[in-house]
Design a protein around this ligand. Structure first.
Ligand code: 5RP
Length: 231
């Protein structure tokens, strides 16, 4: 296992310590969460944890959870989730996040907004001083007139491009929508203002800025574990 993969696994294991029997969980998406799912499945099989049910944030997560023997449910049956655990692409010092490079940001945000606790797990390379400096901001857009949405995104101080598969066709999310990537040369100076602009625009379905949602961030790196509550 590469050091990064090992850090992700350790971060996922830290989050497992917050899980109690009878909880309803939200399961994020991505490689860090894959470790969480596998370990959760192992603890359920061993009887260490019991009667856990989970809302998945992507088809991939649902499939992995099913293979791990984890029972799945829907928000319709559980309006409050005891704990949602998810990864992140960037984490700033205020616990604001960029998410979505695993292509699941819309479902992830829907699930996160039902969380009593929203715990983010990552390797510590995801910590940044300012959002948008390490990776692009993913934005989910309506396929209708997608090129026009991408052009408008490019007026927001970033270089915007449609996210395509290797063969050049637009990548589709689990929701059948398309995604754009927005690259900010010096990072995002005012994430809250940008989020407002994006939310107000027809054709922009959701964006990867997760502001004020995380209640705890757990990262692991060469310096060890950082496990912090967010204010
Ligand atoms: C998926 C996400 C992921 O949580 C994010 O991309 C981090 O992924 P990984 O754990 O593989 O580094 O937002 O949409």
């Amino acid at each position: 296992m590469t050091p990064d993969a090992d850090y992700k696994k350790q971060a996922a294991q830290q989050a497992l310590e917050l899980v109690r029997s009878d909880m309803v969980l939200g399961l994020g998406s991505g490689s860090t969460i894959a470790h969480f799912i596998d370990e959760l499945g192992a603890r359920l099989r061993s009887g260490q944890l019991q009667r856990i049910i989970c809302v998945p944030t992507s088809l991939q997560t649902a499939q992995r959870a099913t293979v791990a023997g984890i029972a799945l449910t829907q928000l319709a049956a559980h309006m409050r989730l005891d704990l949602v655990v998810d990864g992140a692409d960037e984490i700033d010092p205020q616990c604001n996040l960029i998410k979505g490079l695993g292509r699941a940001l819309l479902r992830e945000k829907i699930v996160a907004q039902h969380a009593l606790q929203f715990v983010v797990v990552a390797d510590d390379s995801k910590r940044v001083g300012r959002l948008g400096t390490r990776c692009p901001l993913p934005v989910e857009i309506l396929p209708f007139e997608a090129a026009a949405h991408v052009r408008w995104l490019g007026t927001l101080g970033c270089r915007a491009e449609l996210w395509c598969e290797a063969d050049g066709t637009p990548l589709l999310t689990d929701n059948g929508n398309q995604l754009a990537k927005c690259w900010f040369a010096d990072g995002i100076s005012d994430p809250a203002a940008l989020a407002q602009q994006l939310q107000a625009r027809a054709g922009i379905l959701e964006h990867g800025l997760f502001l004020g949602l995380a209640t705890r961030v757990i990262t692991v790196g060469a310096d060890g574990v950082r496990n912090e509550r967010c204010n």
